[in-house]
Design a protein around this ligand. Sequence first.
Ligand code: THU
Length: 137
Amino acid sequence: MTDPGRATIEKLRAVAEEAMGRAYAPYSRFQVGAALLARDGSIIAGCNVENAAYGAAICAERTAVTSAVARGVHEFDALVLVTNATEPTPPCGICRKVLVEFAPELPVISFARGEESRWSLAELLPRPFIPESMERA
Ligand code: THU
């Protein structure tokens, strides 16, 4: 996998920012938009969707992954996040686990207030339990 270049990141950022505007977050007011770059070049957006039963909330990263899988897309080259936080935030633990299933080395780029942070999913979730972990003798 080659790392995404600046032009690709900016395109993903625009998609994530637009998706952030669609976040349904009336309880936390923390808005998150995600843009997943698929290996086939398509971009799949996600936003967080909260619920009056707070525990039923789903993060932007997982709405993006589940939308992609529903389209038959399983291979990803980058994830860009945009939030209304004061500094760039990484994906939560559950989202890291869901993402690692499909893209263990995924580059994750997060924006907030014009600041940018970048991690690899391998760094965010070391020693993951992956499909191969279940191979039996
Ligand atoms: N949230 C995300 O969408 N992604 C993350 O990585 C962290 C948290 C959402 C879930 C909830 O709607 C709100 O942010 C506050 O946790």
